[in-house]
Design a protein around this ligand. Structure first.
Ligand SMILES: Nc1ncnc2c1ncn2[C@@H]1O[C@H](COP(=O)(O)OP(=O)(O)OP(=O)(O)O)[C@@H](O)[C@H]1O
Ligand SMILES: [Mg+2]
Length: 315
């Protein structure tokens, strides 16, 4: 079996590290080659039996939707979730509307598009968090993204519209335990891995207790954040986290692997967002870090993801 490792045209150091690790995992088990997603892609990909899809696909709006869509169109088996799942997860407000419809908790929210007025009678309870519907990696999240009054809300929404020209997602701020939950599919289907807890409580006074851009990405606060795998949950809570996560992945049609961010408050398990094509950078990304806590290796994870695709497509 020949596997194409489908990657983006432009690669940063993390993506390069991920590609190298995946190739090392496949070497000796499957013939494999790196295939960039570019103009020659549709011709080149026909030489392969399976595509390991780790490309976010480029474009401005649809990003991770492209590669899975082209592979589906061409009838080439691929790893990870189908195009529709990626479509559901590109826009956080769409994901939230779907899971809410299935009775899964997610913070109450409204969406304010550029040019629209922020309704004063929005019915949400302060504090509110003003996010961007389409960004990841905490982009556009600042201390000022938390609004404690209508005036602050107007300011935060205006800032999002002016700087990103995309809809603002206004949602209730959940002051509770934060978890990230991953699954890697095995022969029994979606296997929820031990949840990871992220504890912000040691951050200095005056610093926001959530993954704002600076808390997540500046490196300045890394020593103040504690990670626990498994999370410090009792057995009942753990069961509930697993049940809600599994149901979320199922209703969104996930395959192969995926990740959810959640916050728990007052017995409610709130889905914050769902990542349909999370990165698999060794010693860095959450899914490999969590997977390796179960005593297995990075290579085991990659082979599980490939095997899940082989089962799904019957090859
Ligand atoms: N409703 C909320 N209440 C409290 N904190 C929140 C809420 N929504 C988001 N956060 C905080 O902001 C962080 C980033 O939000 P979210 O996960 O929705 O966006 P993201 O930038 O797409 O994340 P990722 O980096 O995982 O792609 C969360 O990890 C959490 O710390
Ligand atoms: Mg997140």
């Amino acid at each position: 079996m020949r596997i194409a490792l489908v990657v983006d045209e432009v690669l940063d150091k993390y993506k390069k590290k991920m590609i190298k690790a995946i190739q090392e995992s496949l070497d000796g088990v499957y013939e494999n080659e790196v295939v960039p997603f570019n103009e020659d892609f549709m011709k080149k990909i026909k030489e392969f039996d399976l595509a390991m899809n780790i490309a976010t696909g480029g474009g401005k709006e649809a990003r991770q939707l492209h590669v899975a869509s082209v592979l589906d169109l061409m009838g080439i088996p691929y790893t990870g979730s189908p195009p529709l799942t990626h479509a559901f997860c590109i826009d956080k407000s769409v994901t939230k509307a779907i899971v809410k419809q299935y009775g899964i908790d997610t913070p109450e929210f409204i969406v304010v598009r550029p040019g629209e007025r922020v309704p004063e009678d929005h019915g949400l309870r302060y504090p509110l968090l003003v996010k961007l519907v389409r960004q990841g990696s905490s982009k556009g999240l600042r201390k000022e993204s938390v609004a404690n009054s209508y005036n602050e809300l107007l300011e935060s929404v205006k800032w999002v519209h002016e700087n990103f020209n995309e809809p603002a997602l206004v949602e209730e701020y959940i002051d509770g335990m934060e978890l990230t939950i991953a699954f890697v599919e095995d022969e029994n289907g979606i296997n929820i891995l031990p949840p990871m807890e992220i504890d912000f409580s040691r951050l200095p006074d005056g610093i926001e207790k959530f993954f704002s851009d600076r808390v997540k990405n500046s490196g300045e606060f890394d020593d103040y954040i504690d990670y626990y795998v498994p999370a410090r949950l009792d057995s009942k809570e753990l069961e509930k986290v697993k049940e809600v996560s599994k149901r979320t992945f199922e209703v969104l049609g996930f395959r192969g692997y995926g990740r959810i961010d959640m916050r728990i408050k007052d017995g409610k398990y709130h889905i914050l967002e769902v990542n349909s094509l999370p990165m698999l950078v060794p010693d860095y990304s959450n899914i490999p870090l969590i997977f390796e806590k179960t005593g297995k290796t990075y290579k085991d994870m990659i082979l599980s993801i490939v095997n899940a695709a082989k089962r799904r497509f019957g090859i």
